[in-house]
Design a protein around this ligand. Structure first.
Ligand code: GRF
Length: 194
């Protein structure tokens, strides 16, 4: 039997990337299991998606903890309890701190809706359009202590060509939903063969 990587998906909102990853784990494109969804907002729609998919989910409210260190220590317990090997951020709107970075060193990835290093941070699509950039796109990268600064794993771009925001957003999501499962499959298979 194939060795399936155990991952947790971290999200703050809609969770369309969670959905795409989950579907890839079910139809053979991604040899991994999402063993936990973590949301930093109890109202995040991703929690509803996890429930529908039968994936265990956990939400918390950061301001109820004394510090980032406090809530990340609590998360480490949950993650280790679920046997999580990789953290996969998908629309998680919070910087990862030293506790998680140390525990999951080189095993935290993120997806960002721009061709990094251009337009890191919030509203990357808005930043791209406002700057009049010729290209928009998506980056999958490792997470370090910075904001969207870790080593790049994969990128895909397309010409903006005067498209409106709605069109650019739709294309970005289409790319994300393919690129994330593909990149993780490659990454995990490299890990599994070492
Ligand atoms: C995606 O565009 C991702 O690149 C960014 O946040 C968005 C999350 O979308 N980090 P969804 O919640 O997965 O639909």
């Amino acid at each position: 039997m194939k060795n399936r990587t155990k991952m947790a998906v971290f999200a703050s909102g809609n969770g369309s990337n969670f959905q795409a990853l989950y579907e890839a784990t079910q139809d053979g494109r991604l040899d991994a299991d999402i063993v936990l969804v973590v949301a930093d907002k109890p109202s995040a729609f991703v929690l509803e998606r996890a429930k529908q998919a039968g994936v265990p989910a956990f939400s918390f409210t950061p301001r109820e903890y004394a510090s980032k260190q406090a809530y990340e220590s609590m998360l480490v317990e949950k993650l280790e309890g679920a046997g999580v090997e990789w953290l996969v951020l998908a629309g998680f709107m919070r910087l990862i701190g030293p506790v998680l970075l140390r525990t999951y060193e080189n095993r935290i990835v993120n997806i960002h809706p721009s061709v990094l290093p251009a337009f890191p941070g919030k509203d990357a699509i808005g930043q791209t359009l406002e700057a009049g950039a010729k290209e928009a796109g998506v980056t999958v990268h490792f997470v370090d202590e910075g904001m969207d600064t870790g080593a790049i794993i994969a990128q895909r771009s397309f010409a903006v060509d005067g498209s409106d925001r709605e069109t650019v957003e739709r294309k970005i999501h289409e790319i994300e939903h393919q690129l994330y499962p593909e990149s993780l499959q490659q990454l995990f298979s490299r890990q599994q063969s070492v």
